[in-house]
Design a protein around this ligand. Structure first.
Ligand code: YXS
Length: 259
């Protein structure tokens, strides 16, 4: 059974994440279907894409599929990790991707939403960035996505508390573009997409790529990169990382020891 639903109309492509029994956890299978759909949209010359869950969901995405995170000793968020693949696929898609958000957005789901170009959410939506809850050392690219989207004190609060923030706060911070009630959000999002698809797709594609390249342009020396990777390795080699995974799998609270 497919994990997504897709639709194309008037140069607008829609991807509905539909793996509800796992709360749209970003498994390799789900991410594979999304990236394949984006490839098809690219071939069809889609000029705006909408990424959403079915109307009325309580959870937009539960984040990375924890059952697919490696046990300790291996970087859980390396270049080839499926979450990283999806974030890049959205950021490199040559047309704007609009996130239509209802329900809770958890963990890596926040980064997927924030990789989108325009975010529209219902008042009930929430955003929780949760590596600390699991004991995961977030990766460089992911931290940079968050740094580009969220003022540092708020990014730190979200990362350190792993608690959800409400849509109203996300709007105040500029993390999302609009808040729209559930009965208006769909027509609003497709109206926005309609304003995009009549403009020059070449101009938009180039400006999107310019923004991506400039937003990720950082001076990262080999020493800085190796120091960060060394720090992250201490975490994913640790008891606490394994404990976070085990606690999730056993549906219990983790007991972190700081080692
Ligand atoms: O028990 P069954 O088999 O029915 O499965 C349950 C959950 O185990 C499963 N599920 C997940 N499976 C894998 N990975 C997940 N992230 C995940 N989330 C949920 O879906 C079935 C229904 O879940 P349940 O009963 O908890 O649903 P609920 O409606 O009561 O609660 C929905 C949530 C989203 C509040 C709850 O499922 C939850 O808190 N999920 C985990 C959210 C989270 O911490 N995500 C971060 C994942 S790690 C990640 O994204 C990055 C690596 S990082 O940590 O670095 O950001």
């Amino acid at each position: 059974m497919p994990l997504i639903l897709t639709e194309t109309q008037d140069a607008i492509g829609t991807i509905v994440m539909n793996h509800l029994q796992k709360r749209n956890a970003l498994s390799e299978a789900l991410i594979g279907e999304i990236t394949t759909a984006l490839e098809c949209f690219r071939e069809q010359g889609i000029r705006a894409a909408v990424l959403r869950a079915p109307a009325g969901v309580k959870v937009w995405s539960a984040g990375h599929d924890v059952s697919e995170l490696p046990d300790r000793g291996r970087d859980p968020l390396g270049w080839g990790d499926s979450l990283r693949v999806l974030v890049r696929a959205i950021q490199e898609f040559p047309a704007p991707v609009i996130a239509l958000i209802e329900g809770g957005v958890w963990g890596g789901g926040c980064e997927v939403a924030m990789a989108c170009d325009i975010l529209v959410a219902t008042p009930e939506a929430t955003f929780a960035i949760t590596p600390a809850k699991l004991g995961v050392p977030y990766n460089l690219g992911g931290i940079l996505t968050l740094m580009n989207m969220i003022p540092l004190p708020v990014a730190k609060e979200m990362l350190f508390t792993a608690q959800p923030i409400p849509t109203a706060q996300a709007l105040n911070l500029g993390v999302i573009n609009y808040i729209k009630p559930a009965d208006e959000i769909e027509s609003f999002v497709y109206g926005l997409a309609g304003q995009i698809v009549v403009n020059s797709p070449l101009s938009i594609a180039v400006m999107k790529e310019e923004l991506r390249l400039l937003a990720s342009a950082r001076t990262v020396t080999p020493e800085l990169f190796e120091r960060i990777q060394g720090l992250r390795r201490v975490v994913y080699d640790s008891h606490d990382y394994q404990e976070g995974l085990n606690a999730f799998r056993e549906k219990r609270k983790p007991r972190f020891r700081g080692e």
